[in-house]
Structures are given as structure tokens and as C-alpha cells.
Design a binder for this molecule. Structure first.
Ligand code: GLU
Length: 426
């Protein structure tokens, strides 16, 4: 029976991310012996908003885009989470991402709940004017449910500090006062935090440093590959390289590359900025995405989208450590295979929590009207995320489980405790 189930999973190339999230929750609920009512509360988003966004395109015609904001749980504090622009956005994807944000803020032990937003669109084929009008219309549509003490959005895939500035301006115009704390990941000139732009990659490196200690891997000699050379992936590569580790493979939406000699992450970033892709980087050879994920390296970072490590790929993974810079890159079935093969997993809700940790530091600076130096921010990030790594590792050792289940035990456990203590209204 078990085997049949596994075969079925393998035949489904792209499982539903929300089903993956619920399966991870089910596993944690079992270890935590969660009350059925609490489990049910945690398996359902508190609020799901779907909006239609009419946008005047550059050709004079109106196009209607669909956007979502899912507020999953706020028992531990205001909703928090990014906004994604991608043609593949679905309500179930946003639901999954909002659940992962809930466990992520809890693992990081920052006073937030979890939320996520997204718009189905292809930002690479839209002009800056079209993007601005779509963003402002979305900000107006979600304005009634966001706010500095309600729900604080941030960047995610294909959104950036400029997108956040438009949302801030639209929200503040509607409210009648400038409210920088309504959003994080802002430009520095508008109250953004130093260190926020590189925070996800930097946090992932701090986690990798801890994982290397546990696994007795010398980072000075280690090799690594990154799937998805966007904000998180490229900063991860650039910072990990400063520890002496060597970049042997990278990819983006246009293709994957490897090289016989280590690649300079800074040069690769500059090359991608110039040409739009890592493909064709001097001295590199093209490979398939699967070959990249199965490269013979010590550390592998999936830093793109969900569902990139499926069972079939997982079987051939040679890395000793996986640092999940992306959200949801590994399916529950692939997790089992990696664990059986003794791959040390730093799960997304821990590995990429540096972004939301520095978002929290940005929000605190805005609310308190103070500002910290980049060194102070990086120091606080390091303390927070290495503390979270220790909590998760301790839980995984105590329960004899993999790091994902350890992270879920910590993250879900704290949210469950808050939900239980609040009681049920009315
Ligand atoms: N989008 C990022 C994430 O998935 C950052 C969220 C935030 O800073 O609120 O964690």
C-alpha cells in the first residue's frame, strides 16, 4: 500500500503545494500530539482575499489581473509575508506560502503570524508603468486588511524595494498619513533597513555555517551549487564564497551551468545583470536543471520555486547539506528519500528566515523611529537565526527526526500553544 502511494506521488510531477504544507503539518501534529480542534484551526487560513485588478496597459487597453492575499494565522502577532508576481501563482500556492510564513516567524521567534500575497502576471513582459499601475491597484484592493498592526507585506519572487515603495505610497495616500511600518523591504530613503536586501542569503549562510559544524564539513574546502540565481540565491553564493566555499553550479529560469573550476559569484552576478541570465558565463558548460541538483557538491541550495526536488531528483542528490533558500522546494516524499540517504536538510522555514527576521528589525526601527547600522542589523540577524537553528536542531535530536520535522515541531508547537491559550471566540 505504502509503495503504491509512493508511485502515485512520483507520477505527479508538480504536487499541490498546499497539500505538501498540510502533510508537513500532519507529521508535526502527530509528534506534538495536537488536539484535533487545534490541528483543524492550523490547517485552515484565517482569511483569503481574491481581488480583480483592472489595469490600463501601455497599448491603451484594459487588462484584468487576479491577485490574492491570504492571512493564515495571527495568534502570535500581526500577519507577515511577501507578495509574489509570477504567471504560475495560484490560490493554493499562496495558501501554502502563507502557512510556511506562519511556521517561519514562529521558528524565528519573532512576534508575527503568517500571510502571503500574489498576482498572476508575467512581470518580465510588463513595462515599469504597467507594473506600477498594477501594484497600486493591488495595494488599494488589499488596503482594508493590511496595516502596521494588522498585516505587513514584503518582497518575494519578482517584487523588489520599488514595488514596496509604490505600495507604501498608495496605502499612505489612502490613509492620509505616511505609514512606513505598513511594509518592509522598502528603499533605505523611505525607512528601509540596512542589510535587508541581502538578509535572506546572509541568514541562509549563517545556517549553513551551523550545519557544517554539525556535519564536520570544512567550509574552506566545501563546494556548492545554487538553483535560482535571484536575490536569495545570488547573495547566498556571494556570502558563502567569503568563507572559502567554491561555487560549482548555478541556474536561473533560462538554464543551468557548471564549471570545472570554481566560478566567482561576484563576476557571475555582474554577468547576469548584463546579459539577463547565468547561461553562457565564460568558462561554464550548460547542464540540465536535474544535473545541477545532482552535482557532486557538498552543499546544494534550491533557491527558486516550490517543487524543484521531487522523489526522482532526490534519489540522485549527492550534496551532504541542502540549504533551502526557496520556499517549499522539496516535497514530503522527496524529504523521506533525502533523510534516508543522510542528507542534512536545512528547511526553508529556517534557512530563508533571514529575510523576515530583518523585515522585523526594519519594522521595529520604523515603529520606534530609530535606525541601526548594517553591522548592528547583521549581528542581530546572526544571533536570531543561529538561536533558531539550535532550537530546531535540538528538537530534531530530541525526537530523532529530520530537521524539517524538527523545525515544524518548534514552529507549529509555538503557534499551537498561542492558539490554545487565546481560546476560541465567542
Ligand atoms: N518573502 C520573504 C519570505 O518568504 C520575506 C517575507 C517578509 O519579509 O515578510 O520569507
Amino acid at each position: 500500500m505504502a509503495q503504491k502511494y509512493e508511485t502515485k506521488q512520483m507520477d505527479q510531477p508538480k504536487p499541490n503545494p498546499f497539500e505538501n504544507a498540510l502533510e508537513q503539518l500532519r507529521i508535526a501534529a502527530e509528534y506534538l500530539k495536537l488536539d484535533e480542534g487545534i490541528h483543524q484551526i492550523l490547517a485552515n487560513p484565517k482569511r483569503q482575499l481574491t481581488v480583480s485588478l483592472p489595469v490600463r496597459m501601455d497599448n491603451g487597453k484594459t487588462r484584468v489581473f487576479t491577485g490574492y492575499r491570504v492571512q493564515y494565522n495571527d495568534a502570535r502577532g500581526p500577519f507577515k509575508g511577501g507578495i509574489r508576481y509570477h504567471p504560475g501563482v495560484t490560490l493554493d500556492e499562496v495558501k501554502a506560502l502563507s502557512a510556511w510564513m506562519t511556521w517561519k516567524t514562529s521558528v524565528a521567534n519573532i512576534p508575527y503570524g503568517g500571510a502571503k500575497g500574489g498576482i498572476i502576471c508575467d512581470p518580465k513582459h510588463m513595462s515599469p508603468g504597467e507594473l506600477e499601475r498594477m501594484t497600486r491597484r493591488f495595494a488599494a484592493a488589499i488596503a482594508p486588511i493590511i496595516g502596521p498592526y494588522k498585516d505587513i507585506p514584503a518582497p518575494d519572487v519578482y517584487t523588489n524595494s520599488q514595488t514596496m515603495a509604490w505600495i507604501l505610497d498608495t496605502y499612505s495616500t489612502l490613509e492620509g498619513f505616511m505609514a512606513p511600518a505598513v511594509i518592509t523591504g522598502k528603499p533605505i530613503s523611505l525607512g528601509g533597513s540596512l542589510g535587508r536586501d541581502k538578509a535572506t542569503g546572509r541568514g541562509a549562510v549563517f545556517c549553513t555555517v551551523e550545519a557544517a559544524k554539525v556535519n564536520k564539513i570544512d567550509l574552506k574546502r566545501a563546494t556548492f551549487a545554487v538553483q535560482g540565481f535571484g536575490n536569495a540565491g545570488s547573495n547566498f553564493a556571494e556570502i558563502l564564497q567569503t568563507y572559502g566555499s567554491k561555487l560549482m553550479g548555478a541556474s536561473d529560469s533560462k538554464g543551468a551551468i557548471t564549471s570545472k573550476t570554481p566560478m566567482d559569484a561576484d563576476k557571475l552576478i555582474a554577468y547576469k545583470e548584463k546579459t539577463g541570465s547565468v547561461v553562457g558565463f565564460p568558462g561554464s558548460q550548460p547542464i540540465t536543471d536535474k544535473e545541477l541538483l545532482q552535482l557532486d557538491v557538498d552543499i546544494l541550495s534550491p533557491a527558486a520555486l516550490e517543487n524543484s526536488i521531487l522523489p526522482d531528483t532526490a534519489r540522485g542528490v549527492k550534496a551532504k547539506i541542502i540549504t533551502e533558500c526557496a520556499n517549499g522546494p522539496t516535497t514530503p516524499e522527496a524529504d523521506k528519500i533525502l533523510h534516508a540517504n543522510k542528507v542534512f536538510m536545512i528547511p526553508d522555514i529556517l534557512a530563508n528566515s533571514g529575510g523576515v527576521i530583518v523585515s522585523y528589525l526594519e519594522w521595529v526601527q520604523n515603529l520606534e523611529r530609530i535606525s541601526w547600522t548594517e553591522a548592528e542589523v547583521n549581528d542581530m540577524l546572526e544571533k536570531k537565526i543561529t538561536g533558531a537553528f539550535k532550537d530546531v536542531h535540538d528538537a530534531s535530536v530530541k525526537h530523532g527526526v529530520d530537521m524539517r520535522t524538527g523545525a515544524m515541531i518548534v514552529g507549529v508547537g509555538r503557534v499551537a500553544e498561542a492558539v490554545k491559550t487565546l481560546g476560541t471566540f465567542p
